[in-house]
Design a protein around this ligand. Structure first.
Ligand code: MSP
Length: 655
């Protein structure tokens, strides 16, 4: 196990945390927690081996302007926003080891040191700058970066006019580092990830690097760190901001010496959004070489979270998703779980409330929550809570290894997928072994202990492996298992070590469909929609994977689709849209509640052959337990039932 240093970008103080910034911070937090758990399990000091940094980017023209417009003192303004960030990160369980603010004296000293080192290397010179600048990006723009709109040049990213800057500046000899950058990108594994992003920066460097303007005249930008020895000039905000990663390790001089905290530099991983990749994968390594320091170990670029395809940001009110409001309702951990499980790190991902509830209900409630609940209940009921022994389960070690590999490769969604393999298999194992039957005879008592022990051990492993993502929920699961002392470690040997089981308590309480609809309306500000009757559960919007997102064949195979024949049908009292159907599926009859009453009468339904999803978790609808659902065409409005073009016996699987 080697050291691990992980950073978030430092956020501009023009906005308080939103779902996009929450995402990039939570990914880092989970990585840091995973590495701490691994260190602890290897007998190492997690604090000494893992260092996680986040903070704020407080200087520059953008902030200078905002505070001037508001007529507030910039430092007081930054202090206020800093409190909000700190409170938000605390609420969301962010376990950063330091919080850097670029207006702190320790940082200003580190930036001055950095500047002097670049200067000493002969890489700083004065020249006339004449070009375009976007304050939103805090970056110079070339003709390729702008569009012409109503005769004005606008930044392609911010859609706001770029400004012409013409003044004497200091420049950094970026162009000198092109060959070294290309060599660096060519390393395997590449220090710039994912590969597609590496290709993108390589192409940028190959197209020809120009030297970088790294200062402004104080009279044009004053909310910045002065150039050492030339106070009429101020340091460009990106030179200032990037240096933060060294400040917390003691500054460039300390990092060059490499002792103590500074030794973390060799293990630096920067996780950044794709919009700021160039700064981290081109300018930053060049600056570091110039300063006589090694480049970071890895720059990993993630994509954007979007709403209806549009990047979530403060400047796009239509994309507003408030993580606080969601956490108020579901808790912090389910939201952390959702963003890490739903999106592949590196790709863009579209956010919908429907998919949030879908994962909450299926992954957390029906899979993990259900496994916990049923296992503990059965252990109390059948063996007075005292379970001895556990069946072998080699699949658990495979899943653990897969999760480790995934975390090492910065793939949280895959790590969680691996955990869910054992959780789902855990539920399946119980169904197959039927502990309730084993409990009936003393002869099968050892087998009963084996099954319950394996289920408890699966839960203990699952809790330890989801802890980087859901630290609070994991702690609660471990508490119910009587294994709090394992918190913060990583699974080691298989075998239920015993524990005093508490009463089972839902970790992910159910949110009824009507409440989900009302919440979505509230969160999206469409309260009018909430006033219309809630869609019946069976016809409620089912999240569909975004177009173009493939699901694995394995995922499809999880659906137990069968031919079913409707043997009886009746209306559900006081529910216009619902029919209660009795289905012949080959074995015991099944009951489903279906929102098809507007399209089919009970009489029309009897005798029909339909396609039935048998393994949808049962749910109570208007007092009737619905065991699965039948498939129909249409969205909220049912247009037709799915059927077959020839007769096959009820119960026949569909593939
Ligand atoms: N201050 C600079 C970073 C300096 S790092 C030395 C900055 N700040 S920012 O506040 O604008 O953005 C910070 C990070 O948040 C970026 O990595 C950006 O990609 C990320 N995100 C902002 N909106 C986002 C989404 N909608 N989705 C995912 N990440 C998003 O740039």
């Amino acid at each position: 196990m080697s050291r691990f240093y992980i950073t978030t970008p430092i956020y501009y103080v023009n906005a308080v945390p939103h779902l996009g910034t929450f995402y990039s911070t939570v990914v880092d937090d989970a990585l840091a927690r995973y590495h701490r758990a691994r260190a602890k399990s290897q007998g190492l000091d997690p604090k000494g081996n893992v260092f996680f940094l986040t903070g704020l980017d407080e200087h520059g023209q953008k902030i200078e302007r905002i505070t001037r417009e508001k007529g507030v003192d910039p430092q007081l303004y930054c202090d206020g926003i800093a409190e909000k960030f700190k409170a938000a990160w605390e609420r969301f369980g962010i376990s950063n080891d330091d919080f850097i603010r670029t207006t702190e004296p320790r940082h200003e000293a580190a930036v001055a040191e950095m500047w002097k080192r670049l200067e000493a290397a002969g890489d700083i010179y004065k020249a006339e700058y004449d070009g375009m600048y976007c304050v939103g990006c805090e970056s110079a723009k070339s003709e390729d970066d702008v569009d012409l709109e109503d005769g004005q040049k606008v930044c392609k990213i911010h859609r706001t006019p770029v400004e012409r800057v013409k003044e004497q500046n200091y420049f950094f000899r970026l162009s000198k580092y092109a060959p070294r950058l290309l060599e660096w990108y060519a390393q395997t594994p590449s220090p710039v990830q994912p590969e597609s992003r590496r290709n993108e920066v390589r192409a940028f460097v190959e197209s020809g690097l120009r030297d970088l303007s790294v200062s402004r005249q104080k009279k044009s930008v004053s909310w910045a760190i002065p150039v050492p020895g030339d106070p009429e000039h101020t340091i460009f905000v990106w030179i200032d901001a990037l240096t933060n990663y060294l400040t917390v390790l003691g500054g460039p001089e300390a990092v060059a010496r490499g002792a103590g905290q500074a030794a973390f530099w060799d293990a630096a991983n920067h996780l950044v959004g794709k919009d700021i990749l160039r700064f981290h994968a081109v300018y930053w390594p060049a600056m570091l070489w110039s300063a006589g320091l090694p480049p970071p170990k890895q720059v990993f670029s993630h994509g954007f979270l979007t709403v209806k395809g549009q990047k979530i940001s403060k400047s796009a009110p239509a994309t507003k998703v408030d993580p606080n409001a969601i956490a108020d309702e579901l808790g912090v951990d389910p939201l952390r779980y959702f963003v890490l499980r739903e999106y592949v790190l590196g790709a863009d991902g579209d956010f919908t409330y429907e998919s949030l509830f879908q994962r909450y209900e299926s992954d957390l409630g029906n899979d993990l929550g259900n496994l916990l609940n049923r296992t503990i209940s059965m252990a109390h009921k059948f063996v007075a809570g005292k379970v001895e022994g556990s069946d072998e389960y080699p699949g658990a070690a495979d899943a653990k290894q897969e999760a480790e590999r995934a975390w090492e490769e910065f793939a949280p969604s895959r790590a969680l997928e691996a955990v869910w393999k054992i959780v789902r298999e855990g539920n399946r194992y119980i169904d197959e072994k039927a502990p309730w039957a084993l409990a009936k005879s003393p002869a099968t008592l050892p087998a009963l202990h084996g099954v319950l022990g394996r289920s408890l051990e699966t839960l203990r492993w699952a809790a330890l492996m989801v802890a980087p993502v859901m630290p609070g929920a994991a702690r609660e699961i471990l508490r119910q298992l009587g294994r709090e002392k394992d918190d913060g470690s990583w699974p080691d040997k298989w075998g239920w070590p015993g524990g005093v089981l508490t009463d089972p308590k839902p970790v992910f309480p159910r949110v009824e469909p009507e409440r989900q609809t009302a919440l979505i309306a509230q969160w999206t500000g469409t309260l009018a929609a909430a006033a219309t009757p809630a869609a019946p559960a069976a016809a409620a919007a089912k999240p569909v994977p975004a177009p173009g997102v493939d699901i694995a064949y394995d995922d499809f195979q999880k659906l137990d689709l069968r031919v079913a024949k409707v043997t009886a049908a009746e209306r559900v009292p006081k529910a216009d849209k619902l029919l209660k159907l009795t289905l012949d599926v080959g074995g015991d009859p099944r009951t489903v509640v279906s929102g098809i009453a507007p399209a089919y009468s009970p009489e029309q339904m009897v005798g029909k052959t339909v396609i039935y999803l048998a393994n949808l978790a049962p749910r109570k609808i208007r007092g009737v337990v619905s065991q699965g659902m039948i498939l129909a065409a249409g969205g909220d409005e049912v247009l037709a039932l799915s059927g077959l073009d020839r007769d096959v016996p009820p119960g026949t699987p569909i593939r």
